[in-house]
Design a protein around this ligand. Structure first.
Ligand code: SF4
Length: 239
């Protein structure tokens, strides 16, 4: 175990809030041993992490992720239980039509635009993919309302691809610890893809998202219950 005083901040030359090495440029990546130890501990605490969005099949997962933009997973689940009971394929969703889809999801932010996208992506799935969800990134990202993050979530959860979907929690946590630093989600994703050992890749984004959601929170990180506190070099650390 790496002790607090000789921890990652000192080894990396990262400036600390307690007057560490002023002027030392923060490193972009944590070193390999630290990365391995961080993921080993996150895995030990939660060996089989799961996303919190409810879904029935790859299609409903795709729709749930599209609906989850700027909304909580719990709020999306509340609306999709009834929606997916009525329509769990693109064909059935088209049968419902935009107006009824809108009714089912009206408790979710941006629901008008999201209902449009759900119908439009369903049309494209039927027209171009035989009603199936494609597994390659380019085809997924060509669907209305689907960006890189959504495509990565679907590829990871539905198809077991080792992708890292960078959401607001993961972006913050990766920059904070730091694991991989970046100014954009893409930079963080590419940085993590370089440093996360293959054995951790499939679950890496779940561990980091859950860590950010429940422990390393945006305003007040709960460092006292953090299993990687001694490895964290964040100036925001409170222990
Ligand atoms: S020690 Fe605090 S700031 Fe660092 S990862 Fe843990 S919760 Fe986040």
């Amino acid at each position: 175990m790496i002790g607090k005083k000789g921890g990652v901040a000192a080894r990396q030359g990262v400036a600390t809030k307690k007057g560490g090495r002023k002027g030392a440029a923060p490193k972009t990546f944590a070193d390999a041993a630290t990365v391995r130890e961080i993921f080993s501990r996150l895995r030990a605490a939660n060996p089989e992490p799961k996303g919190e969005l409810e879904y029935i099949n790859p299609y409903t997962l795709l729709v749930a992720v599209v609906l989850s933009a700027q909304a909580t997973d719990a709020g999306v689940n509340k609306a999709t239980r009834a929606l997916f009971a009525a329509a769990d394929t693109p064909q059935k969703m088209l049968g419902l039509g935009e107006e009824r889809v809108r009714d089912y999801i009206k408790t979710i932010g941006l629901f008008r635009n999201k209902a449009k996208n759900v119908i439009a992506l369903s049309e494209k799935l039927v027209a171009e993919h035989g009603g199936q969800v494609p597994r390659d990134a380019a085809s997924l990202e060509a669907l209305p309302g689907v960006g890189r993050k959504t495509a990565n979530v679907v590829r990871n959860i539905a198809f077991g691809e080792p992708t890292i979907a960078v959401d607001t929690h993961l972006f913050r946590v990766s920059n904070r610890i730091p694991l991989a630093r970046g100014k954009t989600p893409l930079e963080v994703e590419q940085g993590l893809m370089k440093i996360v050992p293959p054995e951790f890749l499939i679950h890496a984004h779940h561990w980091l998202i859950l860590h950010g959601r429940y422990v390393c929170k945006a305003r007040r990180p709960e460092c006292e219950k953090c299993v990687i506190a001694d490895l964290c070099a964040s100036p925001e650390k409170t222990v």
